[in-house]
Design a binder for this molecule. Sequence first.
Ligand SMILES: [Zn+2]
Length: 78
Amino acid sequence: MSLESFKKIINEGKLTCPKCKKAIKQFDKYVERMASVWDGAGDSHTETEGSLVTLICANDGCSFKERTEYWDNYLSDD
Ligand SMILES: [Zn+2]
């Protein structure tokens, strides 16, 4: 998941706030987490392992804010 893809998910309202059940509108401090992979032949490369992000609901009257790497739990199905 790159920052650009994550932005798209937020812009499309695909993450649902667990408190008010509306779309999460903002995020902060996105960090892509990389895992090093050693192929045994002398080369190593990195693969995206996941991402850590602060989700901010930002809907009226809702104070939901969470720093999580399991933000996909809030992905809506439709
Ligand atoms: Zn909310």
